[in-house]
Design a protein around this ligand. Structure first.
Ligand SMILES: *[C@@H]1O[C@H](CO)[C@@H](O)[C@H](O)[C@H]1NC(C)=O
Ligand SMILES: *[C@@H]1O[C@H](CO)[C@@H](O)[C@H](O)[C@H]1NC(C)=O
Ligand SMILES: *[C@@H]1O[C@H](CO)[C@@H](O)[C@H](O)[C@H]1NC(C)=O
Ligand SMILES: *[C@@H]1O[C@H](CO)[C@@H](O)[C@H](O)[C@H]1NC(C)=O
Ligand SMILES: *[C@@H]1O[C@H](CO)[C@@H](O)[C@H](O)[C@H]1NC(C)=O
Ligand SMILES: *[C@@H]1O[C@H](CO)[C@@H](O)[C@H](O)[C@H]1NC(C)=O
Ligand SMILES: [Ca+2]
Length: 522
């Protein structure tokens, strides 16, 4: 009797809320998709061991599924988001850097959902189409093979603002969060169709550093005492670094171009990390406001909620800040899901990545996925169906890294190959179970594993060919940029974000550029 009663109550609620399409009841579920920028995926689901109190993410983990081994397909904004919105790997989208995204009219999952009868509502940062990034950002990417290593970023700097009552620091994000929650409270319940709400946040991405000049990047880690109180300082670790001389040459280039090869005190590093975690706490509060609005408006039971990030943040691990790296802090992202039929407190160990989002949305919308998508729906994993690839692929071709980088994660192994092949620059191989800090490169000791993994990687992506395509694109793009500037070229290139280092030897730097432009492509 009780069971019957429950069913009829549920029936009434569904009929009352869902739309009628062609006379039939459309009871497909709604979707809330919250994507932040630069959250280290390893922070999710730490429970009692948390470095920082993230009550809303904890709530989602306790009431939903934590896809705990999720990776970005490219650890920088625009390429990552291009993969996410298209469901395709980066060598397929050819979104090589922050300047080169998907074409404006690309049939993303948003377009497909609209075609399938969904209403979509988008707030905040999307960033999968070109155009949001500075001239420096793209010229740095194009000139990665020029024989110089110039500092391009400001030194990472911690800044504390306000006092123990200062809550709203990333004001732009709070404006988007307010709009999204208002929409959930007032507009979503009136929708005639199932809907998807997208909220894109900038946090916990570091803030701009204006002293760097007109093309400034974001190297300021800023929070307030209010958020700092959520961080358990005794749990914040100082990452171990290899000596400069022992760093992999490509890692050294990243560290140097991010201006991180000079000395840092323990206190400098501690503050950057604490403030970063404070920024994660502010992000969590934005998620909380959205979850509250969903609950208050009575739609939580008919809505899937996703939380993820475009990439992570190194926060001084491996002598770097920012991302652009295949190390865990940069490449590992959060992916948490709650909603109807989602088991509470489940942890999925399977390897997943952002290209899985598109097919998952199609699954929720009960639509067939367009042909040729990379990625696999996450929904079967809710039912322990693990019939899916046992690997994920990530790659990087943008600024601050001077070779195209390809990462294959399978089992506990992470294989990272650079440029043309394993023999040109030594690859990296880490066993994450035995070496979670990724300080022991096993590549030299395990040539057997390297050749096995390299073969697997080349089955997924013909990376020597892709690298040559990127090099050709870099050179052509730079040449066109230079030609367009005409007589302003020398002045312009000298005043990009690397101006401090450039102006130490303008003529030598110009010659290095010319030498690169004159090299024959292999
Ligand atoms: C790169 O420049 C350095 C000097 O800064 C020079 O010693 C080296 O030979 C150059 N390498 C190439 C490949 O031109
Ligand atoms: C790099 O950091 C040093 C301090 O370590 C600073 O003096 C210098 O101005 C920075 N360079 C750039 C290009 O920001
Ligand atoms: C902070 O971390 C320490 C050391 O792990 C632990 O003993 C303490 O209970 C934690 N404090 C809070 C408030 O969680
Ligand atoms: C990348 O930069 C490192 C460090 O400056 C250098 O040793 C290496 O030769 C560079 N590699 C390429 C392909 O430019
Ligand atoms: C999904 O689509 C199939 C037909 O393609 C239909 O039979 C089924 O009722 C749909 N389910 C939902 C929940 O809309
Ligand atoms: C990804 O999709 C592209 C385009 O459909 C296809 O050519 C390629 O084989 C796929 N790659 C992988 C690794 O699934
Ligand atoms: Ca980003």
């Amino acid at each position: 009797m009780k069971r019957k009663l429950d069913c009829s109550v549920v029936f009434l609620v569904i009929v009352g809320m869902s739309s009628i399409v062609g006379g039939a009841k459309d009871d497909r579920k709604n979707i809330v998709f919250v994507i932040c920028d630069s959250m280290d995926g390893r922070l999710i689901g730490q429970g009692k061991d948390s470095i920082v109190d993230l009550p809303n993410l904890n709530y989602m983990v306790q009431n939903g599924v934590n896809f705990k081994n999720t990776y970005t397909n490219s650890p920088i904004c625009c390429p990552s988001r291009s993969a996410l919105w298209s469901g395709l790997h980066t060598h397929v989208t050819q979104s090589w850097n922050n300047y080169k995204g998907l074409p404006r009219n690309y049939p993303t999952w948003q377009v497909r959902l609209e075609q399938q009868g969904y209403h979509t509502q988008v707030y905040g940062k999307t960033d999968y189409v070109s155009g949001h990034h500075t001239e420096s950002n793209r010229v740095e990417a194009w000139t990665r093979n020029v024989n110089f290593t110039l500092a391009q970023e400001g030194r990472p700097t911690p800044v504390l603002v306000g006092d123990s009552s200062t809550v709203r620091i990333q004001v732009k994000d709070w404006v988007s969060t307010d709009l999204a929650s208002k929409w959930l409270l007032h507009d979503a319940p009136k929708q005639q169709k199932p809907w998807l709400l997208y909220l894109g946040l900038n946090l916990p991405h570091p803030y701009p550093t204006p002293s760097m000049g007109k093309n400034f990047g974001g190297s300021t880690f800023m929070t307030s005492p209010y958020w700092l109180e959520k961080v358990n300082s005794s749990k914040v670790t100082i990452p171990k670094w290899l000596p400069l001389s022992q760093m992999h040459p490509v890692d050294y280039y990243s560290s140097a171009t991010k201006n991180c090869t000079s000395d840092f005190t323990r206190d400098d590093i501690m503050k950057i990390r604490e403030y970063y975690y404070g920024m994660c706490a502010e992000t969590d509060a934005m998620l909380g406001q959205v979850l509250d609005a969903l609950k208050t408006s009575g739609q939580a039971d008919s809505t899937y909620v996703f939380f993820t990030s475009d990439h992570g943040e190194l926060a001084m691990e491996h002598r770097q800040f920012y991302k652009m790296s295949m190390y865990e802090a940069s490449a590992h992202v959060p992916m948490v899901l709650t909603g109807p039929d989602v088991p509470a407190g489940k942890v999925v160990d399977d390897l997943t990545s952002l290209v899985d989002v598109f097919p998952t949305f199609m699954d929720i919308a009960n639509a067939s996925k367009p042909p040729g998508l990379n990625g696999t729906s996450l929904l079967p994993l809710l039912k322990d169906n693990t019939d899916r690839p046992d690997w994920v692929l990530s790659q990087y071709h943008g600024c601050n890294v001077n070779m195209s980088t390809y990462m294959l994660r399978t089992g506990s192994l992470k294989y990272v190959a650079f440029g043309d092949g394993p023999h040109q620059v030594s690859p990296q191989l880490f066993d994450l179970e035995e070496d979670p800090d990724e300080l022991h490169n096993l590549a030299e000791d395990r040539p057997d594993l390297v050749s096995q993994l390299d073969k697997k990687l080349q089955e997924l992506v013909d990376y020597p060919t892709v690298t040559r395509e990127v090099q050709k694109y870099n050179r052509e793009s730079f040449t066109a940029w230079k030609a367009k500037l005409g007589s302003r070229y020398k002045e312009e290139i000298a005043n990009l974000r690397w101006w401090k280092d450039w102006q130490k030897d303008p003529q030598g730097n110009e010659e290095n550029v010319e030498e690169w432009l004159n090299q024959l492509l292999s």
